[in-house]
Design a protein around this ligand. Structure first.
Ligand code: LCV
Length: 258
């Protein structure tokens, strides 16, 4: 489901499941986490995540919806495979660059926010979609958006679930740069190769400090339990099941707020 390649000290991992628009299934996420582990063992300094092109021009369609649990379980719990992948990216001991051609949906948008640097072309767009499905998004995920965006921009993305286009994404800082489509891979690789010429330990430790400082908002146990209680109401709701059912039946969901 993925392709991997190494160029010097740069690892490239490419999402490659066109039939399901690179939706992040457990199988694909497992392969991705393994790829990161093997890059780490080989002391790869920078990782680029990209996607093989598909007819729908989708970089990734997000969580693999049929795998969302319907048995009264948190759909985005700490050990959900995608959550494990996001932490793997954030804790990788070198920068992870996302190279984006096409649209990015749901959990894949969180993956972009969890990467260190993003570079896109004019086709890229980004939508965070829990409100389209009835999913109680988790606190760590919301934190990833707050760390990258202004609060009002993050709220607009979550409340409308609409794609943010390339120009707006550059303006808001979802991506660092928008470049011409035919320059995208070369531009990204040049930046990655340049980073590999700099001091490894310095970059590794600065990245870890960024991660710690971005997460430094302390939550009391009481507040954390309140958040979990609020979220439980949502995954136990009729709307959550309706969202998944509607996707599977290829129709618009009918939400009632129950
Ligand atoms: C499984 C899929 C998917 C998919 N899973 O092509 O962040 S949260 O809370 O929202 C979180 C829970 C999450 O990440 O949820 C997923 C969020 N993703 C989305 O909302 C996007 C869902 N997909 C779409 O809206 C459409 O597929 C787009 C607009 C991306 C592309 O539309 P297009 O007409 O070009 P199809 O819909 O025909 O999709 C092609 C195949 O990919 C499957 C889909 O079921 C279809 O499979 P079949 O050919 O077997 O019918 N597919 C698409 N997205 N997330 N499977």
């Amino acid at each position: 489901m993925i392709k991997t390649e190494i160029q010097g000290k740069v690892g490239i991992v490419s999402l490659n499941h066109p039939e399901k628009l690179n939706a992040l299934s457990q199988a694909m996420v497992h392969d991705l986490v393994e790829a990161f582990e093997s890059f780490k063992a080989e002391k790869i300094r920078v990782v680029i995540i990209t996607a093989e092109p598909n007819e729908s021009n989708v970089w990734s369609a997000g969580h693999y919806i049929p795998e969302l649990p319907e048995n009264h379980e948190d759909p985005l719990g700490y050990y959900d495979p995608l959550e494990v992948l996001l932490r793997t990216i954030q804790r990788y001991p070198g920068p992870v660059i996302t190279q984006v051609h096409g649209s990015v949906w749901g959990g894949a948008c969180d993956l972009i926010m969890s990467s260190d640097i993003s570079i896109g072309d004019s086709t890229c767009s980004f939508a965070i979609t829990p409100a389209k499905i009835g999913v109680p998004y988790n606190a760590s995920g919301i934190g990833h958006f707050i760390a990258r965006l202004d609060l009002n921009q993050a709220k607009e993305m979550f409340f409308t679930a609409r794609p943010v286009d390339a120009a707006m994404a550059e303006n808001w800082g979802i991506v660092n740069h928008i470049v011409e489509g035919d320059q995208l891979a070369a531009y990204t690789m040049e930046m990655a190769q340049h980073i590999t010429t700099l001091a490894p330990l310095s970059i590794e430790v600065i990245k870890e400090q960024f991660r710690i400082l971005a997460n430094s908002q302390a939550l009391s146990a009481d507040v954390f339990e309140k958040i979990e209680g609020l979220r439980t109401r949502v995954w136990e709701s009729k709307d959550y099941h309706e969202g998944i059912k509607a996707f599977n039946e290829k129709r618009k969901p009918h939400f009632t707020g129950e």
